[in-house]
Design a protein around this ligand. Structure first.
Ligand SMILES: Cc1cc2nc3c(=O)[nH]c(=O)nc-3n(C[C@H](O)[C@H](O)[C@H](O)COP(=O)(O)OP(=O)(O)OC[C@H]3O[C@@H](n4cnc5c(N)ncnc54)[C@H](O)[C@@H]3O)c2cc1C
Length: 364
């Protein structure tokens, strides 16, 4: 069976769902296809911190998407909660950063990006067990609870009339004269006006497979990240803590996430004993009280890693009606809303709110 659809989005993670929202709100007809179930890959597995780790060490192209996105999260979250009854748990709980050897750079970034910062109150430092180096307290930094954000977004899009075709493997793509004409899947075929690839860590593989002679190859590689979840009581920890390369994130119901690993392991999405032990000893080293709580979950996800973590957002140089929103590496939630907005601006031929050059597919 073949379906005409205005816009076909390949991939139902945070990038695909937010892109669908932008385009649907502009009145377009949207179908999302996913090789498995939407919202179950990296976007589900992440920590939901709405700030990159040490953002002052990242490219301006990342900060630009981050700032625009964090401004939109409060309204996005309440719109999703009010429409669907599922609360994405946007929570401005603040973040304590224990070690800042590049403190001056951090302060300069906070000032230039209008991010509130303070010396941490003594009460925050007294409860942790680590050697602090010029610690910094960012009181307004928020988190979202990934599984709930995705569930809420999916329910919202369904209510708005977006079609989801899940467990659909792509079996063929027809391109003629720079125009993508048909996408065949194991479920059905589509004749789209526009096709958007939001396939996370799988995006480059997908494009290489179906466009083997393309003039541009996207540099997107899977980077595995593992997380532990402690079944702690509410108020055991009230804010996020970043210590070196690892962090703790307290959820509203008291559960505490300890993350994360950064591993080059191809598409093997398994958990390992080594990572479990490593994250466990980080967590109880920093907060010895966590010894009193069981680890209730341990999982892995595949981040869409890109050089410098800068995503690809824009049209394919060889196919006029094919575009990409993928490659957000460690920051797909915190860059999500602005990335989706930028791609929607390009597709809808609106003046983009951000300069798209840094995100172009053929930027290398
Ligand atoms: C452990 C961990 C911690 C993280 N912490 C944070 C954090 O605190 N803050 C933050 O902002 N980011 C964080 N991230 C990064 C963030 O999760 C990712 O950048 C983001 O989820 C990427 O979203 P995506 O939609 O591009 O990819 P995904 O969520 O992986 O979605 C891609 C979708 O495409 C589908 N797909 C793939 N191939 C095909 C195909 N051929 N056909 C159809 N569908 C296909 C997949 O099934 C999937 O549903 C973390 C990630 C991990 C793993």
């Amino acid at each position: 069976m073949t379906l005409d659809t205005d816009i076909l989005i390949i991939g139902g993670g945070i990038s695909g769902l937010l892109t669908a929202r932008e385009l649907r709100l502009a009145g377009r007809d949207i179908t999302i296809i996913d090789k498995s179930n939407a919202g179950q890959e990296a976007s589900w597995a992440g920590g939901g911190i709405l700030l990159p780790i040490y953002p002052w060490r990242q490219a301006d192209a990342i900060s630009d998407l981050v700032l625009a996105s964090i401004q939109s999260y409060p309204n996005l979250s309440s719109e999703l909660r009010d429409t669907t009854g599922i609360d994405p748990e946007w929570l401005p709980c603040g973040m304590l950063i224990c070690k800042n050897p590049d403190y001056d750079l951090a302060i300069k970034w906070c000032k230039s990006r209008d991010i509130a910062y303070q010396s941490p109150p003594a009460a925050l430092l007294n409860t942790i067990n680590t050697r602090c180096d010029q610690p910094l307290w960012l009181p307004d930094i928020a988190q979202a609870r990934n599984p709930r954000l995705l569930k809420s977004l999916k329910a919202y899009l369904l209510q708005k009339g977006v079609r989801f075709i899940e467990n659909a493997e792509i079996t063929g793509i027809e391109i003629l004269n720079r125009c993508l004409q048909k996408v065949h899947t194991s479920k059905r075929s589509f004749i789209p006006n526009q096709t958007v690839v939001c396939a996370g860590a799988w995006s480059a593989e997908l494009l290489n497979r179906w466009l083997p002679h393309a003039s541009t190859t996207l540099q997107i590689q899977p980077v595995r990240g593992q997380m532990l979840l402690f079944d702690a009581q509410p108020d055991t920890l009230k804010h996020m803590i970043l210590d070196g390369d690892h962090y703790l994130i307290p959820r509203r119901d008291g559960k505490i996430l300890a993350g994360s690993t950064v591993e080059q392991a191809g598409f093997t999405k398994i958990t390992t004993t080594e990572a479990r032990e490593h994250l466990y000893s980080f967590a109880i080293g920093l907060m010895p009280d966590l010894k009193n709580y069981p680890v209730c979950e341990h999982w892995a996800g595949l981040r869409p890693g890109t050089p410098e973590g800068i995503p690809y957002i824009g049209f394919h140089p060889d196919v006029d009606n094919l575009s990409v929103n993928a490659g957000h590496f460690r920051n797909g939630l915190v860059m999500g809303p602005a990335s989706a907005r930028l791609l929607a601006d390009l597709i809808l031929q609106r003046t983009p709110t951000l300069n798209p050059t840094a995100y172009a597919l053929n930027r290398n």
